[in-house]
Write a protein that binds this ligand. Structure first.
Ligand SMILES: [Zn+2]
Length: 233
C-alpha cells in the first residue's frame, strides 16, 4: 500500500490537486470514505434488535470517497485496483517492480485469487498462514522451524502442488517445516511422517507409525499407511 500510495500521488492529476501519498490512506487520508471512515463496513442501529453490520453503501466497500476515482494510474484508480485480484493487479503494476514482486510471491503461494483490498479477518486460517509465508520465502532460514496447522485447507489440488514448492523452497533455505495435515498429497511428499491415530483398544491419540511415507505404508497398524500406499503406486 505504501508503494501504491506514493505512485498514485506522483500522477499528474494528484500533483495538480496537491494530493499527497498520505491522502490516499484509507485509514487517515482525505480520500477515505467519510461514512465508514475507510473500514468498508458500517453498523446499523436497528431498534429492539442487535446491531447489524453491513457493507458501507456509500463506498460499496471500496473504503474510498468518490473523489478518489478521479486519480488514475495506467487507466485505473486506487479503489478499483484494490478490488482486483492479485493476478489482475499484476497486469496493472508491471511498471512497479517492488509491488509486482510482492504480488508474484502471493501468486506463487496459490493466493492469486485473493482481492488486494481483502480485510485480513476475512481470510481463512490456511490463507493467513500462506500470507505469512510470503515474507519468509527469500530469507535465510537456517535454524528456523515452521509449524503449520493444515495449510492445505480449502486448496485446490493444483494449489497444493504450489504449496509443496514453497515448502521445498523454505527447506532449501535451511528451514525445518512441520505440517499437521490430513492431505495425502502433502503427507506423501514429506521426508518424515509421524502418524497419530486411534487404536481399537485405545481411544486416545497414539503414535501409530513413524518414518518415510514408504515406511508408513508397510506398517499394518497404520490406517494412513493404507491410503498412502495408493498415492505411492
Ligand atoms: Zn464507506
Amino acid at each position: 500500500m505504501d508503494q501504491l500510495r506514493k505512485n498514485y500521488a506522483a500522477t499528474d492529476t494528484a500533483r495538480a490537486d496537491g494530493i499527497g501519498a498520505s491522502d490516499f490512506s484509507y485509514n487517515t487520508g482525505s480520500l477515505a470514505c467519510p461514512r465508514c471512515e475507510g473500514t468498508r463496513r458500517i453498523t446499523l442501529d436497528v431498534q429492539f434488535l442487535p446491531d447489524v453490520d453491513i457493507v458501507c453503501p456509500d463506498c460499496d466497500g471500496s473504503r474510498y470517497a468518490p473523489e478518489a476515482a478521479k486519480y488514475l494510474r495506467r487507466d485505473i484508480s486506487l479503489p478499483a485496483l484494490l478490488q482486483c485480484t492479485v493476478r489482475e493487479a499484476m497486469d496493472h503494476t508491471e511498471d512497479l517492480p517492488s509491488v509486482c514482486r510482492k504480488l508474484t510471491k502471493l501468486e506463487e503461494l496459490g493466493l492469486g485469487y485473493l482481492t488486494l483490498g481483502e480485510a485480513s479477518p476475512a481470510l481463512s486460517g490456511g490463507e493467513a498462514q500462506r500470507l505469512k509465508l510470503v515474507s519468509q520465502m527469500n530469507r535465510d532460514q537456517t535454524g528456523t522451524v515452521f509449524v503449520l496447522d493444515e495449510p492445505s485447507v480449502g486448496l485446490h489440488a493444483l494449489d497444493v502442488q504450489t504449496l509443496l514448492r514453497v515448502f521445498d523452497k523454505l527447506a532449501a533455505k535451511g528451514a525445518t517445516v512441520t505440517v499437521i495435515e490430513h492431505d495425502l498429497h502433502l503427507i506423501v511428499n514429506a521426508d518424515h511422517v509421524i502418524d497419530l491415530g486411534l487404536l481399537e483398544d485405545n481411544p486416545g491419540s497414539e503414535v501409530i507409525a513413524t518414518g518415510s511415507p514408504a515406511d508408513i505404508t508397510r506398517n499394518p497398524d497404520s490406517l494412513t499407511g493404507k491410503y498412502l500406499s495408493q498415492k505411492l503406486e
